[in-house]
Design a protein around this ligand. Structure first.
Ligand code: HSE
Length: 333
């Protein structure tokens, strides 16, 4: 890996899609970039770019560093010190899978750095174990819509190609909501009737997404396992989930553990501006400032570039090209 540099572009994701709690995920066209190389200084160093990234640890307690070490240990490779850079357009703690993207990006970058000895399925198992559920990591790793199940030791998945008419509108509240807090809001048990309700909706949703029957999404994107319990944490959410279809959405859900709300929309819908206004207006009524973004499903997983040798800003080059210089034009910064 001497003089090798791996640069990985990894998508954000939305999890649950309403009824598929800890099971369904979809990759979105919003990205983070992770660059990894052997350190030239003999010490592990970090560079972060992007909103809210300043507070992340710059020592070996760093998640990206720990994930990389896990890959090297699994592959039986000893790696000295690393240089790790990250830029992200994925807002932190908003329900768009920022931690899953970081985990997947670091796994893929570290694996690429040592010649990719670990399979994608192995990376999926490691990512699921690290994240504690497979929905976000599966989507970021495989792209498209991913249906998965994890029994605590092994995860299985099937990828579905998103229908080309499927688009999403996300409303991202300005406040953070840690997943742990949103998981604590959930009860320890649920009624049989609610379980049956969700099995039906989740199965119908997978079938509708796989067959392109987008008209069924409004019936399928309903949930009784987590959204009702999380609604109190996100003022305006209940109204948005109930009424988004009246404003032209195919369906609406809490994105992951929130606080972002996501509407599925037919790309040809004439009601997009009205729907966007409804989402923003409903949150504003509750005093919540929110950014709205139109995002397409991202149909591929991480895009990896490996550079070898001391040329053009590659590892070991005397010309220093920062990660931000490299991706300028593709990112918000
Ligand atoms: N399935 C997870 C949850 C996604 O809803 O808690 C957020 O990490």
């Amino acid at each position: 890996m001497k003089d090798r540099k791996a640069i990985v572009k990894v998508p954000a994701s939305t999890a649950n899609l309403g009824p598929g709690f800890d099971t369904l995920g979809m990759a979105l066209s919003l990205y983070a970039w992770i660059e990894m190389s052997e350190s030239k200084t003999g010490e592990t160093t970090f560079e972060y770019y992007g909103d809210g990234m300043d507070g992340l640890p710059k020592d070996k307690s760093n998640l990206l560093y720990k994930v990389a070490q896990l890959v090297f240990n699994e592959a039986g490779v000893e790696v000295p010190e690393l240089h790790i850079a990250m830029y992200s357009d994925i807002p932190l703690a908003r329900g768009l899978g920022s931690s899953a993207s970081a985990i997947v990006g670091a796994l893929v970058a570290a694996n690429a750095l040592i010649g990719s000895p670990l399979s994608d399925d192995k990376l999926f198992q490691l990512a699921t174990e690290l994240e504690g559920h497979p929905d976000n990591v599966g989507a970021s790793l495989f792209g498209g819509i991913v249906v998965s199940a994890w029994d605590g030791s092994a995860a299985q998945h099937v990828r579905i190609e998103p229908n080309e008419r499927l688009q999403t509108l996300v409303a991202i509240p300005a406040f953070h909501l840690e997943t742990e807090k949103a998981r604590h809001a959930l009860p320890s048990g649920i009624a049989m009737a609610d379980a049956v309700f969700n099995v039906g909706r989740s199965s119908l949703l997978v079938a509708a997404l796989a067959s392109g029957e987008l008209g069924l999404i409004r019936h399928a994107m309903q949930d009784r396992l987590h959204q009702p319990y999380r609604a109190a944490l996100i003022p305006g959410m209940a109204e948005i989930l109930e009424r988004a279809v009246d404003f032209g959405a195919l369906g609406a859900a809490l994105s992951g553990a929130g606080p972002t709300l996501i509407a599925f929309v037919d790309a040809n819908s004439p009601d997009k501006a009205t729907l966007e206004q409804f989402l923003k207006g409903t949150l504003a009524k509750e005093g919540i400032e929110a950014e709205t973004l139109w995002l397409a499903p991202c149909t591929s997983g991480p895009v990896v570039t490996v550079e070898e040798g001391p040329i053009g800003g590659g590892a070991g080059s005397t010309v220093s090209i920062t990660l931000l210089d490299r991706i300028k034009g593709e990112v918000k910064a």
